[in-house]
Design a protein around this ligand. Structure first.
Ligand SMILES: NC(=O)c1ccc[n+]([C@@H]2O[C@H](COP(=O)([O-])OP(=O)(O)OC[C@H]3O[C@@H](n4cnc5c(N)ncnc54)[C@H](OP(=O)(O)O)[C@@H]3O)[C@@H](O)[C@H]2O)c1
Length: 244
């Protein structure tokens, strides 16, 4: 069985590659920086004694997505599990009034994810097997002034995955939405959260277990489900007055 992990330079993705490789699966990691992806693959290979190949993947090269997936299949065979770990939070302030900056965040977090998922869905439906894991965010559960460009793209991705799960259910293809709270990675470097921040290793173990258990929507750390249900319940008239 082969596992494709996109966004391999993410610490979460790197740890996930470990989880699957140590479990005996053949892994393919891909990142914008092919050399860095190769380093991740080598590290995974050495530390797990498993098989890990690598390649270059740029989420915004939409025209190249089909050829990229073909090259992955040529290397590791049919893709049984695909994990979309790429994402770009961008700079909310820079995106305000600058459509190009906003579009980049939307393209990486949403447009690219839809393009890849549709291609994966077509091949997995044909084989009536497979699992697609999309890493979304609690930021997508409610629009906030401090990060609504990234949040709306992640929210759209979560809604998309919901529909895709619904469509693919009868063909036996599993689709899982991961809604992460704060995780200690490059993305959150220097952020003062005030809320406990999860370790990438723990996140990878939780996602690995949830994927194998064919979970539908998965919050991690788990307490974020409760936090977000409270946040979502705040009436808009009050919410718009908050500086969140
Ligand atoms: N950290 C958190 O608190 C948190 C919370 C909620 C959700 N998430 C999500 O978790 C996932 C992993 O993020 P992370 O926290 O590990 O942050 P990260 O270290 O910044 O990882 C983001 C990954 O996305 C890749 N990426 C960005 N733009 C890309 C593009 N155009 N094409 C291909 N790859 C691209 C990055 O590759 P490069 O090395 O080339 O930049 C990197 O591998 C993301 O989807 C993120 O949105 C994170």
């Amino acid at each position: 069985m082969s596992v494709l992990i996109l966004g391999a330079t993410s610490r979460i993705a790197h740890e996930l590659a470990h989880r699957y490789a140590e479990n005996g699966q053949s892994v393919f990691v891909a990142a914008r920086d092919a050399d860095e992806a190769a380093r991740v693959a080598a590290d995974v290979g050495v530390r797990t004694e498993g098989t890990c190949a690598s390649g270059r993947f740029d989420a915004t090269d939409f025209a190249g997505h089909a050829a990229f997936l073909d090259s992955v299949r040529e290397t590791v065979g049919p893709i049984e599990v695909a994990i979309l770990a790429f994402g770009d939070m961008g700079d909310q302030h820079a995106s305000e009034g600058d459509f190009e900056a906003a579009r980049h965040v939307i393209d990486v977090n949403y447009t690219a994810a839809v393009s890849i998922c549709e291609l994966l869905a077509a091949s997995m439906t044909e084989r009536a097997a497979g699992s697609i894991v999309g890493i979304a965010s609690v930021a997508g559960d409610r629009g906030r002034q401090s990060n609504y460009i990234y949040g709306s793209a992640k929210g759209a991705f979560a809604l998309y995955l919901q529909g895709l799960r619904n469509r693919l259910f009868k063909s036996g293809v599993h689709v899982m939405t991961v809604k992460l709270g704060f995780v200690d990675t490059r993305m959150t470097y220097g952020l003062k959260t005030g809320i406990p921040i999860a370790a990438p290793d723990a996140v990878s173990r939780a996602i690995f277990d949830a994927q194998r258990g064919r979970s539908d929507v998965f919050y991690y750390p788990h307490f974020w489900r409760g936090i977000m249900s409270v946040v979502k319940a705040i009436p808009e008239a009050a919410f718009k007055r908050l500086s969140l």
